[in-house]
Design a binder for this molecule. Structure first.
Ligand code: C5P
Length: 222
C-alpha cells in the first residue's frame, strides 16, 4: 500500500529536517520540507523588493509563485518559478525574515493547499510548524521534536560552519529564539504541539536513536 502520513513539528534547529529526510529514505516515503516553501517565498519577496509589511502583496505572490520541491538523491532541490534556490534560501537574511512572511494568513492558504495535495496519497514524511495541527490533522504518526535552545543553536552552528558560512553562535541563538517566539505567538497556525503528538526531546540523544524511535512509531501504526 501507499503508506501513511508522518507529521513532524517543532522549533528551529531541532533536527526535524535531517531526521525527516532519513526516516523518509528508510521507509521509501516522500520527504516534504514545508519550511523550504516559506523560505522560497521569502527569498522571492526579497528578490522582487516586495515590502514585507505588505500582507496583500505577499499573499498575491504566494498565490502566483510556482514552488516545487524536487526529490533528488540525498535531499530536495527547491525551485521557485523555475529557478534553483536550494542554497539561496538558507542564508541568514532569509532566516531573519521568514517568520514575518509565514505569519501572513493569505500566504499560508496556498502553501497549505499545495502541501495537502503532495501528501494526499500517503507515504510522506512532512516537517514544519503546523503539520500535525493544521496541514495533516489526520496524520497517523505525529511527533513534536525539540531540544534545548543551547543544543539547537550548537547543531545549527556546526551545520552552517561546515558549509563555510561565517556565523556567530550567540547571534545564531538569539535569531533562533526570536524566530521561535514569532512562530509560537502568531495568530494563524502557530507552532504548538498537537494534542495527539508524541513529544520527543532529542537533547543528548544520538541521531540514530531518534530515527529509530520514529521508525518504531511508524511500524506500530502502518
Ligand atoms: O523549518 P525551517 O526552519 O526551515 O522553517 C522556516 C520558517 O518557516 C519557520 O521559522 C516558520 O516561520 C515558517 N514555517 C511555518 N510553517 C511551517 C514550516 C515553516 O510557518 N509548516
Amino acid at each position: 500500500h501507499a503508506g501513511i502520513q508522518v507529521a513532524i513539528d517543532g522549533p528551529a534547529g531541532a533536527g526535524k529536517s535531517t531526521v525527516a529526510r532519513e526516516l523518509a529514505k528508510r521507509l521509501g516515503y516522500l520527504y516534504i520540507d514545508t519550511g523550504a516553501m516559506y523560505r522560497a517565498l521569502t527569498w522571492l519577496a526579497l528578490q522582487k523588493g516586495i515590502a514585507l509589511s505588505d500582507d496583500a502583496a505577499l499573499a498575491r505572490l504566494a498565490e502566483a509563485a510556482d514552488i516545487v520541491l524536487l526529490p533528488v538523491p540525498g535531499g530536495l532541490t527547491v525551485l521557485v518559478d523555475g529557478q534553483d534556490v536550494t542554497d539561496a534560501i538558507r542564508t541568514t537574511e532569509v532566516s531573519r525574515h521568514v517568520s514575518r512572511v509565514s505569519a501572513v494568513a493569505g500566504v499560508r492558504v496556498p502553501m497549505v493547499r499545495l502541501q495537502q495535495k503532495m501528501a494526499m496519497r500517503g507515504g510522506v514524511v512532512m516537517d514544519g510548524r503546523d503539520i500535525g495541527t493544521h496541514v495533516l490533522p489526520q496524520a497517523e504518526v505525529k511527533v513534536f521534536l525539540t531540544a534545548s535552545v543551547e543544543e539547537r543553536a550548537r547543531r545549527r552552528f556546526k551545520e552552517m560552519s561546515l558549509k563555510g558560512a561565517d556565523v556567530d553562535l550567540e547571534q545564531l541563538r538569539a535569531d533562533m529564539e526570536r524566530r521561535d517566539r514569532e512562530d509560537m505567538t502568531r495568530e494563524t497556525a502557530p507552532l504548538v504541539q498537537a494534542a495527539d503528538a508524541v513529544y520527543l526531546d532529542t537533547t543528548g540523544l544520538a541521531f540514530d536513536e531518534v530515527v529509530g524511535r520514529l521508525l518504531d512509531m511508524v511500524h506500530s501504526r502502518a
